[in-house]
Design a protein around this ligand. Structure first.
Ligand code: ATR
Length: 265
């Protein structure tokens, strides 16, 4: 019987997960199909019960449900537990398990750039659903210090409760950092601008944008103009999917050029 997989979110139209997973499903001749589903908050519980009944075999979770799904699961992986963020669900030994592959996805994408992160200072912009995963990944990579800045200060302060070692700074302020990560949704629209003073930032800094569509946000365009090194979120997206694919199908799909090009929009 064809196994069914889903990505749920709201909105969900933009998601490239079906394209990527179905490409790998076909390539590795797996008898499965991967679809996307727009979900409302009150539908989460019902949908997850489909996993228990094996009508659905795995789910990816995107904004805004990564935390909301947790009460309906039987068990969390360590990474999901420490981040309180779930992006991959599956059933094992009759238990519904929530895992987090964003942490590894972000970490791997940064490692592949060969950027030295040990003892470096990182500044995260944003405090949304993906930020705990980024903090955990940066900690694993032994950055020296993590600063965080969010428009709504209260959300930054909330995050600090879970990660007391981070230092929050006011929105619009910058300081000396080595790596800056845009984890806000600013940039999803072509004309979006982040209010930072690029001229004040000394050269040779590393700019990472979680956004990969558009491939070069104004944040990255400006960074390049002022001599920074840039990276978008495409490889993070591919690596998180690769890990989810392995969890479900026990195959490590290749993240080769064909795969990368598949996602060019
Ligand atoms: P969620 O907060 O529901 O997890 P998200 O898309 O993961 O949603 O996060 C959106 C992030 O982008 C938040 O950090 C948000 O800041 P607020 O907490 O102040 O809302 C940030 N963001 C979105 N639009 C923004 C804007 N115009 N200026 C500054 N920050 C913005």
């Amino acid at each position: 019987m064809k196994k069914k997989f889903l990505v749920i979110g709201n909105p969900i139209d933009h998601s490239l997960s079906p394209k990527l997973h179905n490409y790998w499903i076909k390539k590795y001749r797996i008898d499965a199909v991967y679809e996307k589903k727009l979900l409302n908050n009150n539908e989460i519980e019902g949908l997850i019960s489909n996993i228990r009944e094996e009508k659905i075999h795995g789910i990816n979770i995107t904004v805004p449900f990564k935390k909301m799904v947790i009460p309906f699961l039987d068990k969390l992986s360590t990474e999901a537990e420490i981040s309180q963020s779930v992006n991959t669900i599956y059933k094992e030994d009759n238990k519904i398990i929530g895992d987090n592959t964003d942490i590894e996805g972000f970490k791997l994408s940064l490692e592949k750039t060969e950027l030295e992160t040990k003892n470096k200072k990182a500044l995260i912009l944003g405090a949304g659903g993906v930020v705990p995963s980024i903090i955990i990944a940066l900690k694993k990579m032994q950055v020296e210090k993590i600063y965080l800045s969010n428009r709504t200060e209260l959300k930054a302060i909330e995050l600090k409760k879970n990660f007391p070692e981070i230092e929050t700074i006011k929105w619009g302020e910058t300081l000396d950092f080595d790596i800056i990560i845009n984890a806000t949704s600013i940039g999803l629209k072509e004309e979006d601008e982040i209010n930072i003073n690029y001229k004040q930032i000394s050269k040779n800094k590393f700019f990472y944008d979680i956004i990969y569509n558009p491939p070069e946000t104004n944040f990255l365009k400006n960074a390049k103009k002022y001599g920074g090194t840039i990276k978008n979120g495409k490889m993070m997206f591919i690596y998180q999917a690769q890990k989810a694919f392995f969890i479900w199908h026990k195959v490590v799909p290749k993240a080769d050029n064909e795969t990368i090009n598949l996602l060019d929009i």
